[in-house]
Design a protein around this ligand. Structure first.
Ligand code: GCU
Length: 331
């Protein structure tokens, strides 16, 4: 009787969620980490995070699990990063340009034509060479704990874009950073920063002529309905950063933190493997719905972008060193 009473009191205090038969194993109350994601449940990053959550819950013996809000329900990426900083939510996936606004050095890992292939990018993300850069923003209340691939980005609009001149006078939506705006300007168009959630309507209403993104997002968000030509400029392989509230991350027990980091590493590896499969599926759906994918000669775009590459890679000693290390890992 006394024992039952004691368990009841401890449960109410949230100290013990359950005891094994022998009563020797303590279970802590599950901490639910709210995660913001700006795309759908079909997206490979969503699936990767779901699997991460299941494994995390199991391996930490129920100490942590995730609750992922997809479809930009918690706001655009800039807004959700602020929610992570203040601890209102605990995690978010945000494009590299969003974090560039905290430390300009991040621009170097989101440079146009930096990675030669998905394999090259995977090697870089799993190599540990980006750890000091990631650590550099922790004074802002969040930590960058890894990066997913988001494939290769291309321009899409109402006509094929074969050369930079074809983009003349074309307002193309970019993610919210100066580097992204300069990139499209150099590619021949007019870079127009805005949140991803506004792009469909902006094209539909003629505020902009198109966007630039990977096949998965292009298809997932049905942008083919308003911009049916997807031209393979392949200008950018942007890292999608996994961010977490700094206090929460550094407040984990050593043991849980080790599990968390190992599972995150494995999740990143898996997301890379899943990416290509998703690209094929996304293309099929877009084509069925009237999209045309156009192969082009990327050299003129590469040439135009060189001044931006020079400026960004020479921004600081850090960017020079990262650029060199990233290139050394190319096949
Ligand atoms: C990709 C990327 C997102 C980003 C989006 C955008 O889908 O994965 O992180 O938000 O592009 O263009 O804003």
């Amino acid at each position: 009787m006394k024992k039952i009473l004691l368990i009841g009191i401890l449960s109410l205090m949230g100290i013990v969620a359950g005891c094994s038969e022998k009563g020797e194993k303590e279970k802590v109350k599950t901490k639910v980490l709210k995660v913001a994601f700006n795309q759908s449940e079909n997206h490979p990053q969503y699936k990767a995070m779901r699997e991460f959550s299941d494994r995390l819950e199991k391996e930490t013996n129920g100490a942590y699990k995730l609750e992922i809000s997809p479809n930009g329900l918690l706001g655009d990426q800039r807004a959700t990063l602020e929610l992570v900083q203040s601890g209102v939510i605990q995690m978010a996936l945000v494009g590299n340009p969003v974090v560039e606004n905290f430390n300009q050095d991040f621009a170097v890992i989101g440079l146009p034509y930096l990675y030669d292939s998905l394999d090259h990018q995977k090697k870089v993300f799993l190599s540990g060479i980006l750890d000091p850069l990631f650590k550099s923003v922790s004074k802002n209340g969040f930590e960058v704990i890894g990066a997913f691939t988001a494939g290769s980005r291309c321009v899409y609009t109402d006509k094929p874009i074969m050369k930079p001149e074809d983009l003349s006078g074309y307002k193309i939506r970019v993610m919210q950073s100066d580097t992204m705006k300069k990139m499209i300007d150099l590619m021949g168009g007019v870079g127009t920063p805005m949140g991803q959630g506004e792009v469909y309507t902006a094209i539909q209403q003629g505020v902009i002529e198109g966007g630039e993104n990977n096949e998965v997002t292009y298809s997932d968000l049905k942008h083919y309905e308003v911009a049916p030509y997807f031209s393979y400029t392949n200008h950018l392989m942007i890292p999608d950063l996994i961010v977490i509230n700094e206090k929460l991350y550094n407040g984990m027990s050593q043991e849980n933190r080790k599990i968390f980091d190992r599972l995150m590493y494995e999740t990143i590896e898996k997301e890379f493997l899943a990416w290509n499969k998703n690209v094929e599926k996304a293309k099929e759906i877009a084509i069925e719905n009237g999209a045309t994918f156009v192969n082009i000669d990327i050299k003129p775009f590469q040439k135009n972008i060189e001044p931006l590459q020079e400026t960004v890679k020479n921004h600081s000693d850090v960017t020079r060193s990262i650029y060199k290390k990233v290139r050394e890992l190319a096949n």
